[in-house]
Design a protein around this ligand. Structure first.
Ligand SMILES: NC(=O)c1ccc[n+]([C@@H]2O[C@H](COP(=O)([O-])OP(=O)(O)OC[C@H]3O[C@@H](n4cnc5c(N)ncnc54)[C@H](OP(=O)(O)O)[C@@H]3O)[C@@H](O)[C@H]2O)c1
Length: 324
């Protein structure tokens, strides 16, 4: 495993981190399987774990706490997220700080996430939705300073709404945050336009999330894919999204085949090609996924030719009703 600097915090985080949404909220999750997968990741050098209160209302945070306590001898970095008070994903233009993150709500949820995980502090606390206009209201930043002084948190970040990479650039430039979490993958390349240059300038760490576009970039979906009732993927992969996603993933398959690599490998090694990314957080519950994804760090970025070819597969999408 290779490690990269996590922006101005100077932490050294594993290039492949761990996304913990699926194990908290998607159908088919099994806590014992998830714990085994988390432990395997730790054993293979993964040291960055991303969860949220919203991932099963604390279920994923509880798993994180267990894995941290089982590995007290290792420096593992913990990141969680505060849900918006109105529990609406994503936030909308016009949502106010009071609708989503009034100071007392921030305080309450940092403490409740610490209780869930059974930890004394988190390395990183992120806002689970964000509106860039909130940068002008300094109440959130003051509350975060208080929590930092109390020793409950070390660093502060934003998780940027899906397909709105511009909606955090001013906050990055404010110097008030340490990291951004953003969707960045073979399809969603638009964080490169404005967000990444701002992060470089301000030494703000980038967490690349949803590396497989929730599954389409693994090449395993078909236009008939469906999941058990209640699974988020049924609402994301509505026909309007599933059919073009599968069609676009199909155009990538011959490229991966020609390069002699798998689709998941191509997806992760594409992201490793961008130096601004500190860590990629694939969602994984299965041991085999942990093994194959973590192996990508040692194999490294794709060739310049292949990276250039994949640039052509950029797909700019706009938020839709189903895209939360
Ligand atoms: N608003 C936000 O802040 C937000 C939103 C979305 C995601 N996130 C974070 O980003 C993380 C990653 O996103 P995600 O989990 O939604 O989606 P993702 O990483 O794009 O895709 C996860 C899916 O890919 C599968 N997978 C993983 N490795 C694979 C491999 N090598 N081969 C084939 N399939 C593989 C997983 O299967 P298994 O699970 O069965 O192993 C899972 O079904 C989340 O877990 C969460 O931590 C944050």
């Amino acid at each position: 495993m290779n490690y990269r600097r996590f922006g101005r915090t100077n932490w050294k985080v594993s290039e492949i981190g761990y996304g913990m949404w699926g194990m908290g909220g998607w159908t088919g999750s099994d806590d014992q399987e998830s714990l085994k997968s988390l432990q395997r990741a730790v054993d293979l050098g993964c040291n960055f774990f991303d969860t949220a209160w919203a991932y099963g209302e604390g279920r994923s945070e509880r798993l994180l706490g267990q894995i941290i306590r089982a590995n007290k001898d290792k420096r593992l970095y913990t990141a969680t997220k505060i849900p918006p008070k109105n529990l609406q994903w994503p936030s909308r233009r016009g949502s106010s700080l009071d609708d989503c993150f009034p100071p007392e709500h921030i305080d309450q949820y940092v403490r409740s996430s610490l209780d869930n995980a059974g930890l004394d502090n988190f390395d990183l606390i992120q806002f689970h939705v964000w509106e860039d206009s909130w940068v002008e209201d300094d109440r959130w930043a003051k509350k975060m300073d208080e929590l930092r002084s109390e020793g409950l948190i070390k660093a502060v970040g934003l998780s940027i709404n899906r397909w709105e990479p511009w909606n955090g650039v001013r906050t990055v430039r404010s110097g008030l945050i340490d990291s951004v979490q953003v969707i960045y993958n073979i399809f969603d390349q638009n964080p490169e336009d404005d967000l990444f240059p701002a992060c470089v300038e301000m030494d703000v760490a980038v967490i690349a999330r949803v590396p497989f576009d929730e599954g389409s970039l693994t090449g395993t979906l078909t236009k008939d894919s469906r999941w058990p009732e209640g699974d988020f993927r049924n609402t994301y992969f509505v026909a309007e999204n599933l059919i073009p996603s599968v069609a676009r993933a199909d155009t990538l398959k011959p490229i991966a085949e020609r390069a002699g690599i798998s689709m998941p490998e191509m997806a992760l090694r594409f992201i490793l090609g961008h130096p601004v990314v500190s860590t990629i957080i694939p969602g994984m519950r299965k041991l085999s996924h942990v093994d194959s994804n973590i192996a990508m760090s040692d194999i490294g970025r794709l060739s310049d030719d292949l990276l250039a070819e994949l640039t052509e597969h950029r797909w700019d999408r706009l938020p839709a009703k189903w895209s939360n």
